[in-house]
Write a protein of this length. Structure first.
Length: 260
């Protein structure tokens, strides 16, 4: 029996060392409980049967050891139940304390007789000084407003001789002309041609169309206008490929400007 208990203790020790999850409190508690039971039985056996030599035969000694083991195990179970009950009671009391906190004991109502009037230093002196101030009427002399005479002649003295301005007649030709005015004075393009040119030759951009026409109106010769269209305008719009009819019409209008 003693060897069996020792073997069980060794097995429990190896079991604790080989535990992977040593942070599991419940598993550690279970193993510790089992270890405590084995140690209690071993202590009981050493105490009562450590020095006793068997005289009545092996069977009788074995029966006595088993009876002692049963009694020790019952004692261990009883103690374990008491410990578990105490732990449950402590846990229940702790839950009740946190679920219904009563802080009334922490606050002691102050007795009215215990309250004392606190007088700050200097307050009585200030009250005394205020009482000693004489009540006198303070007279304040406000300056009387002065009024100056405002005659219209005095106010308009500086405006008797007004400068004479000569009206300047602006010549309409000196004003800057808008793009449309310059276009009207230069290239003569009808509405239908204009819409077709903008859509097919200038990718629908009115700004590009007006910019090109404005530059063409500044040209002094037909050759300069043709070179400008071929080298500067057409490359920006894929050389007007597939737009031959509109290109021919556009070139006719531009060349007609210089033929007149």
């Amino acid at each position: 029996m003693k060897k069996k208990i020792a073997a069980d203790l060794t097995s429990l020790a190896h079991r604790i060392l080989q535990m992977k999850n040593k942070e599991d409190i419940h598993e550690l508690q279970s193993v510790a409980k089992e270890l405590y039971e084995k140690l209690t039985i071993l202590s009981f056996t050493e105490k009562h049967f450590g020095d006793v030599q068997p005289t009545a035969g092996t069977v009788e000694v074995q029966e006595k050891i088993e009876e002692a083991f049963t009694a020790a195990q019952e004692d261990v179970e009883s103690v374990t139940q008491e410990v578990e009950q105490a732990m449950e009671n402590a846990k229940s009391n702790a839950e009740d304390a946190f679920s219904n906190p009563d802080l009334s004991d922490l606050f002691v109502p102050a007795d009215e007789d215990m309250r004392e009037e606190i007088e700050l230093p200097g307050i009585s002196t200030i009250h005394k000084m205020v009482d000693e101030f004489p009540e006198e009427e303070i007279e304040i002399d406000f300056p009387k407003p002065t009024y100056e005479k405002n005659d219209m002649e005095d106010l308009t003295a500086g405006y008797e001789k007004m400068p004479e301005f000569e009206r300047k007649i602006n010549n309409q030709s000196e004003k800057g002309q808008s793009i449309n005015d310059r276009l009207k004075a230069g290239l003569k393009i009808g509405m239908n041609d204009r819409i077709g040119f903008i859509k097919h030759l200038f990718n629908g951009s009115d700004q590009d169309y007006n910019r090109v026409l404005s530059q063409l109106n500044t040209m002094e010769s037909k050759v300069a206008a043709q070179n400008f269209i071929i080298s500067m305008v057409k490359p920006d719009y894929n050389n007007w490929e597939g737009k031959d009819a509109y290109v021919e019409r556009f070139m006719q209008i531009v060349e007609a400007k210089f033929d007149n």
